[in-house]
Ligand binder design. Structure first.
Ligand SMILES: Nc1ncnc2c1ncn2[C@@H]1O[C@H](COP(=O)(O)OP(=O)(O)OP(=O)(O)O)[C@@H](O)[C@H]1O
Ligand SMILES: [Mg+2]
Length: 234
């Protein structure tokens, strides 16, 4: 296994009195695409929020390149080159595509230029002057991913990027994630659709009730299909 960029050990998280992560354990090797697969409400988004330092209380360990993130302010975590694309996408509806792309802070070297973004997402060049609200769901998702690429992050946390999108758009998102992997990005991807996850990822961690209950290398996904269907309730 390549060196782990991210190492999560015995992570517990709380919303007030409510204890929602119960000892998460997983690693994300450098240059891999790794998924967290699981049903609604198992704690996938909470795990991403914990990594970004935007959650109330966490206990345990989240190491990025060996450095502990728990206790660091979220802006310090971002400055280490970690970026989060939330389920709700977080683009500015009233701004144009180009304005959305010019807005994110470039927080470290290595952020993609506008031309590099347009090379990855030709549709965004075409739609440059369109307002965020005028974009299709797929275009909004591409813009949301493009925005975090502008920051200079090397570790990308993508929360259900295919949710609510048509199959042909899901294929485009898949092609984009594979291209990001080729360019050397490391990706932690939250998914419920394991058929899609199998087209982009190197390994899959299955999450239930705030814990990782299984790890399936992508090459073994076909042999584990029945088990995965049970885990995911599909
Ligand atoms: N702000 C909050 N306050 C209290 N409880 C919350 C909050 N956000 C999430 N939860 C609870 O924490 C648990 C985990 O939620 P989380 O959003 O991490 O799940 P998820 O796996 O991302 O689900 P989904 O697939 O629906 O996005 C759920 O029981 C949820 O109801
Ligand atoms: Mg979620």
């Amino acid at each position: 296994m390549a060196e782990a960029v991210l190492e999560v050990r015995d992570l517990h998280a709380f919303y007030g009195e409510s204890h929602v992560l119960h000892g998460m354990n997983f690693s994300v090797p450098k240059g891999e695409v790794v998924t967290l697969l699981g049903r609604n409400g198992v704690g996938k988004t909470t795990t991403m929020r914990a990594i970004m330092g935007i959650l109330g209380r966490c206990v345990g360990s989240i190491r990025h390149r060996g450095e502990e993130l728990i206790g660091l302010a979220s802006e310090k975590i971002a400055r280490q080159g970690i970026a989060y694309c939330p389920e709700e996408r977080g683009i500015f509806a009233s701004l144009s595509v180009k304005e959305n792309l010019l807005l994110p802070p470039v927080i470290r070297d290595g952020g993609l230029t506008l031309d590099e973004v347009y090379e990855l997402f030709p549709i965004l060049r075409e739609r440059g002057a369109s307002q965020g609200t005028k974009l299709s769901g797929g275009e909004q998702q591409m813009l949301a991913i493009a925005r975090i690429l502008r920051t200079g992050a090397h570790l990308l946390l993508l929360d259900e990027p295919t949710e609510g999108l048509a199959p042909v758009i899901i294929q485009q998102i898949g092609a984009t994630i594979r291209r990001l992997r080729e360019r050397g990005f490391t990706v932690l991807l939250v998914e419920q659709n394991f058929h899609f996850a199998a087209t982009v990822a190197d390994r899959h961690y299955v999450v239930e009730h705030g814990q990782v209950v299984d790890m399936i290398p992508n090459g073994e996904i076909a042999a584990n299909e029945d088990k995965l269907k049970t885990y995911l309730g599909v």
